[in-house]
Design a protein around this ligand. Structure first.
Ligand SMILES: Nc1ncnc2c1ncn2[C@@H]1O[C@H](COP(=O)(O)OP(=O)(O)OP(=O)(O)O)[C@@H](O)[C@H]1O
Ligand SMILES: [Mg+2]
Length: 512
C-alpha cells in the first residue's frame, strides 16, 4: 500500500493550540494536530495522556478552553456533535449508542441527517447494502442489534457514520473489544476507506496495530504532543520512549513455584452446566481445576461462554448441573457475598457497567466489595484512612496514579480499569477471576499487571485468566483451555501448541 505523504497537501482538519482543563487536570495543553485525507493517523499515549479528550473536542462533546479548529484552513466552530456532523466529522465511541431492540436498519435510519418522518425502508436498505458491499461491512440490515457480536455492532457504527456523510472518522480504541480476526477485518475496512479519500484517526495501545494500519503517528504525553511522525520513521522503541519518557522493562518470568497436584485446588468445577435463554451462551460440561500458584488461561472469542464461566464461579449465575468447590469446600450455588468473602477476586468484562457505582467517588467504589473489612462501630462507620492506606499501597506497587476523590466517569478509560484492578488485588485474593484484565491499559501498565499476576501466583494464589490476547495467554499461562460455544474444546500446555492452532480452535475452524 502506498505511503501517503499528506504533509505536502492541506490538512482536512487542523487543531491549533488546543488547551482543555478539568478540575485539577490539564488534559490538553497547547496541542497541534493535523488530519489529512487518505490517511490513517494513529493517536497514542499512556493512560490519561489526553487522547480521548482531544478527540471529544473535535467531535463537539467537550469545548476547548482555548485554541482553534480549522477545516481546509478556515476556522470553524464546533459546539456540539451536531456541528461536528455538519462538518462531516464522525466519531465511534468506546461504548456504542445503539438501541438493542431495534434492527440494524432502524438504528442506522435514526441517525440519517436527511431522514423523513416516514422513511422508505427499502431505500435505506439499498444505501446500507451499497456501502456494506463497497467497504466489506457486511451485516444483515434486519437483524436485531442485541443479537450482533461487538465486532458486528462496530460495523453498524461505521456504517452509520458513512451514511451520515462523515469524511473524517474518529475511532477511540476500536480494537479494544475485538477478537484478533475482527481486528484484521476492521483494518481491511479502514484501508478501503483510506483509498477512497477518507481521513481516519485511530486511538490504540497496541504497537502492532499502529504499524499494521497507520500512515502518521502522534504521541501525547501528559496532555502535550511529544511528537508527530510518519509511520515509516517510527519503531516500537522510539514510540515507547516518547510515550513514557523511558525504556520499559521486559516481562521477567518470575520463578514460579511448582504447583503440586496433590494440593487442594483453589477451584474445582465438575460437570458444570448453565441454562440461559435468549442470546447468551449456556455452559456445557465444564470440568476445570486450578491449583495454588497456577495461571489457567482461557482462550476464546468473547461471547463463547467466558462471561458465563466467570459469573458461575462468582455466583452471579446459577449452575443447573454440576459442582463447584472453592478451596476444597462446596460452594455450588452459594451467594456472591460468601464467595467473595472466601477470598475470590473478580475483574469483570465491563468495569464501568458491572463494577462501579458512578455517583460514588473512586475511594467509595473501592470499599463497595469490602464493607465488612472497613466498617467500625458495628457497621456505623467506615474507616476511610485505612481504606486509603491499603489501596494506595497497591496503587503504588503497580505504578498507577489515578486520583481517589474523582468520580469514576471522570477517569480515563484505562484508569477506570486500573481502579478495579487495584480494588480486586489489594486483599490478596486466593483465586482471581480476571476477564480481559489488560484491556485499555497502556504498555507500561500492562507489564505491571502481568508482573502482579505472576507475583500473586508465587504467593500461592490461583488465577483464571480469560483473554483474547494470545500473546498474553501464552506468556503467562501454565495451562491453556479453549472455550468455544460454551464448551472446553481443548486443553494445552502453552509449550505444546501454537498461537495459530489456538486461534483456529477459538473460531471453531479446527476440530480438536
Ligand atoms: N469529564 C471529565 N472530568 C474530569 N476529568 C476528566 C474528564 N475527562 C477526562 N478527564 C481527565 O483528563 C485526563 C485525560 O483523560 P483522557 O480520557 O483524555 O485520557 P486518554 O489519553 O484517553 O487515556 P486512556 O488511554 O486511559 O483512555 C485524565 O486525567 C482524566 O482523568
Ligand atoms: Mg481514552
Amino acid at each position: 500500500m502506498p505511503i501517503t505523504t499528506g504533509a505536502h497537501s492541506l490538512p482536512i482538519v487542523s487543531m491549533r493550540g488546543i488547551t482543555k482543563s478539568f478540575p485539577n487536570v490539564l488534559a490538553n495543553d497547547d496541542i497541534n494536530f493535523d488530519i489529512f485525507e487518505s490517511e490513517i493517523h494513529a493517536l497514542l499515549g499512556e493512560n490519561g495522556a489526553g487522547k480521548s479528550t482531544l478527540m471529544k473536542i473535535l467531535y463537539g462533546f467537550y469545548r476547548e478552553d482555548s485554541g482553534e479548529i480549522l477545516q481546509r484552513n478556515k476556522p470553524i466552530s464546533i459546539k456540539s456533535p451536531q456541528d461536528a456532523r455538519n462538518y462531516q466529522i464522525g466519531m465511534v465511541f468506546q461504548d456504542f449508542t445503539q438501541i438493542p431492540a431495534f434492527s440494524v436498519l432502524e438504528n442506522i435510519a435514526l441517525f440519517l441527517p436527511d431522514l423523513q418522518p416516514v422513511y422508505k425502508q427499502k431505500e435505506v436498505e439499498e444505501r446500507i447494502t451499497e456501502l456494506a458491499e463497497r467497504y466489506g461491512l457486511h451485516v444483515d440490515p434486519y437483524t436485531i442489534v442485541s443479537k450482533l457480536s461487538i465486532g458486528e455492532q462496530q460495523k453498524v457504527e461505521i456504517l452509520k457514520l458513512l451514511l451520515s456523510d462523515a469524511r473524517l472518522l474518529i475511532l477511540d480504541e476500536p480494537t479494544r473489544v475485538l477478537a484478533p480476526h475482527e481486528v484484521e477485518a476492521l483494518f481491511e475496512v479502514l484501508d478501503n476507506l483510506r483509498k477512497d479519500g477518507y481521513a481516519i484517526v485511530i486511538i490504540t495501545h497496541k504497537f502492532k496495530e499502529v504499524f499494521a494500519c497507520s500512515d502518521r503517528i502522534t504521541v501525547l504525553r501528559e496532555g502535550r504532543v511529544a511528537d508527530t511522525m510518519l509511520r515509516t520513521e517510527a519503531n516500537e522503541k522510539i514510540l515507547i520512549r516518547m510515550m513514557f519518557a523511558k525504556e520499559l522493562p521486559e516481562l521477567q518470568a518470575v520463578q514460579k513455584i511448582d504447583h503440586k497436584t496433590e494440593d487442594v485446588p483453589v477451584l474445582k468445577l465438575t460437570n458444570i452446566e448453565t441454562f440461559s435463554e435468549g442470546n447468551t451462551v449456556s455452559l456445557k460440561k465444564i470440568n476445570l481445576e486450578i491449583f495454588p500458584g497456577e495461571i489457567v488461561g482461557v482462550a476464546g472469542v468473547s461471547g463463547n461462554g467466558q462471561k458465563e464461566l466467570g459469573d458461575v464461579i462468582l455466583g452471579m449465575e446459577k449452575s443447573v448441573v454440576g459442582e463447584k468447590l472453592l478451596f476444597g469446600k462446596d460452594f455450588t450455588n452459594r451467594a456472591i457475598r460468601e464467595i467473595r468473602r472466601s477470598g475470590v477476586g473478580f475483574i469483570p468484562e465491563n468495569p464501568l457497567l458491572m463494577a462501579t457505582t458512578p455517583f460514588m467517588t473512586v475511594l467509595e467504589n473501592m470499599v463497595l466489595t469490602n464493607t465488612d473489612r472497613y466498617s467500625r462501630h458495628g457497621g456505623l462507620k467506615i474507616d476511610w484512612q485505612a481504606v486509603k492506606t491499603d489501596y494506595q499501597m497497591t496503587q503504588e506497587e503497580l505504578g498507577f496514579t489515578f486520583p481517589f476523590y474523582s468520580m469514576p466517569k471522570s477517569l480515563s478509560g484505562g484508569n477506570l480499569q486500573k481502579m478495579v484492578i487495584v480494588r480486586e488485588m489489594t486483599h490478596d485474593p486466593r483465586l482471581l477471576i480476571a476477564l480481559y484484565i489488560t484491556r485499555g491499559l497502556d504498555a507500561q501498565s500492562t507489564i505491571a499487571v502481568h508482573r502482579a499476576l505472576l507475583q500473586s501466583c508465587e504467593n500461592g494464589a490461583g488465577v483464571l485468566l480469560i483473554s483474547e490476547d494470545l500473546e498474553e495467554l501464552f506468556a503467562l499461562s501454565d495451562r491453556l483451555i479453549v472455550l468455544f460455544k460454551g464448551e472446553i474444546v481443548d486443553t494445552f500446555q502453552p509449550s505444546e501448541t501454537t498461537m495459530y492452532k489456538v486461534g483456529h480452535l477459538m473460531t471453531g475452524a479446527l476440530g480438536s
